[in-house]
Design a protein around this ligand. Structure first.
Ligand SMILES: Nc1ncnc2c1ncn2[C@@H]1O[C@H](COP(=O)(O)OP(=O)(O)OP(=O)(O)O)[C@@H](O)[C@H]1O
Ligand SMILES: [Mg+2]
Length: 439
């Protein structure tokens, strides 16, 4: 097998293409939500539903629809059908499709939901001004809000156990998404156990913005990505403690830093720019970082990594459980180190069998891929050349690509910003009016 040199993977020149021309195999945002199976569990309460809806962000106003008062009514029927009434600023708002997709997706992530029906109402003039006021208030009071654009799809990659392959999954999935022409942020939330820079071949130190409104903010390290077989050029924007500290000794000095605070800084003090996706490599286990993430970026969905072993699956189920308790939807399950295929073609279940499938059944989230044990995954990680870009013929690379495709096409498609001109005018008018009254 020949592996191209790193320079062939991360090409220096990026050609910019309109988002709409990016490689996608089916129309975006038409996720087949009806195909969501019911997750076993007791019926949710209307408060649970509202909790999940806090993760639906109005892409234009950049605030959660619950905070904006757009969720007018929530009913949970005895048969598990949830009816959500959303009040729109104008009935014909094109963002309606996006909001509806997100509402259905988030509510379907709760256990005990058999179906989701979204109904619409139109706001009265008074309600509209109240909404604009809330949006403005949010913009001023809730600072520092994160620098992650509200239109960014956020995926946290977690597992209960260490060493199951979270970082390998993060690095390869990020590279696979970027190789589809997307802009993908990678945040290494494993603050002191960082491995993302090594796995993605990011070197050097992060710098700061020198000028403009983002002056003083940290600039992520940007790597242009091009699939060796061609296709659109994408980008990775990487932030990790590994790109901030000089060596392990400096790292030790910093260790007193509260982890959740470090995560907050990475979200508020980094000029991420426009991102289609942000992938977050979580530290092992459950805890502070997960809670902080749920609070700071409520739109985050969790991809849970497990090995086929029963023990790993049990630990991973705790992560899924905790995600649900903080109303973070479980996007899917990835089974890593599934089997080893020897050169003679014989298959060996080194770490057991069935962990991914059992966890998928338990959580109701889809099993999105089973990644085999391959030396190329490990050497690719050590050499900063993710297998999706360096060993494109391998079974592991194909699986990562299939997961990326499923996320883009079905599970969490990039937000399409079909601007609602009526609303933009309305907001501009409201802003002008408030500017006139305030001294
Ligand atoms: N499918 C695979 N085939 C072969 N090696 C793998 C595979 N997945 C991961 N590895 C290797 O296993 C080791 C652990 O993987 P990784 O660092 O991605 O796990 P992790 O869950 O992020 O660990 P930690 O909890 O320490 O952060 C690494 O050396 C990696 O290269
Ligand atoms: Mg890791």
């Amino acid at each position: 097998m020949t592996v191209p040199a790193a320079g062939h993977i991360f090409k220096a020149s990026v050609c910019f293409i309109p988002r709409t021309l990016l490689q996608r195999s089916s129309p975006p945002t038409k996720a087949p939500m009806d195909a969501f199976p019911e997750i076993p569990g007791p019926r949710p309460t209307p408060d649970d539903v509202r909790g999940a809806l806090a993760g639906v962000i109005d892409p234009e106003l950049r605030v959660s629809i619950t905070e904006l008062g757009m969720v007018k009514d929530v009913e949970v029927a005895a048969d598990g059908v949830v009816r959500v009434t959303v009040a729109l600023t104008t009935a014909g708002c094109p963002l309606r499709g996006q909001i509806s997709t997100d509402v259905r997706s988030k509510v379907h992530g709760l256990p005990g939901v058999s179906d989701v029906k979204v109904e619409y109402g139109e706001m009265t003039q008074e309600e509209r001004s109240a909404l604009m006021q809330r949006a403005r208030l949010h913009a001023t009071k809730n600072a520092p809000s994160t620098e992650v654009p509200p239109t960014t799809r956020v995926i946290a990659i977690g597992s209960g156990k260490g060493g199951v392959g979270k970082s390998s999954v993060t690095a390869n999935l990020a590279a696979a998404l970027a190789a589809r022409g997307l802009i993908v942020g990678v945040l290494d939330a494993d603050i002191w156990g960082f491995s993302i820079p090594r796995m993605l071949g990011a070197k050097g130190r992060l710098g700061g913005e020198k000028t403009g409104p983002d002056r003083g903010k940290i600039v992520p390290q940007e790597l242009p990505v091009q699939h060796p077989n061609g296709g659109p050029a994408g980008k990775l924007r990487i932030v990790s403690m590994g790109l901030l500290v000089d060596d392990e000794d400096t790292a030790l000095m910093w260790r007193g830093l509260i982890l959740a605070k470090a995560l907050e800084q990475f979200l508020t003090d980094v000029s991420w720019g426009d991102l289609d996706y942000l992938l977050i490599d979580m530290p092992p286990g459950t805890g502070d970082i997960q809670m902080a993430l749920a609070r700071l970026l409520p739109q985050t969905e969790m991809l849970v990594v497990t090995t086929p072993a029963k023990g790993a699956q049990k630990v991973a189920s705790r992560v899924a459980d905790m995600a649900r308790r903080s109303y973070m939807k479980v996007l899917g399950i990835v089974e890593n180190m599934s089997e080893f295929v020897a050169p003679d073609g014989s298959r060996h279940a080194i770490f057991g069998e069935g962990g991914g499938r059992r966890l998928a059944k338990l959580t109701g989230a889809p099993l999105v891929g089973q990644i085999p044990i391959e030396a190329a995954v490990s050497t690719g990680g050590d050499e900063g050349r993710p297998v999706v870009l360096s060993a494109t013929d391998s079974a592991a690379a194909h699986t990562f690509e299939a997961i990326a495709k499923r996320i883009v096409d079905e599970l969490l498609p990039p937000v399409e910003m079909a601007g609602c001109t009526a609303r933009i005018f309305e907001m501009a008018e409201a802003n002008l009016a408030s500017a006139r009254v305030s001294p």
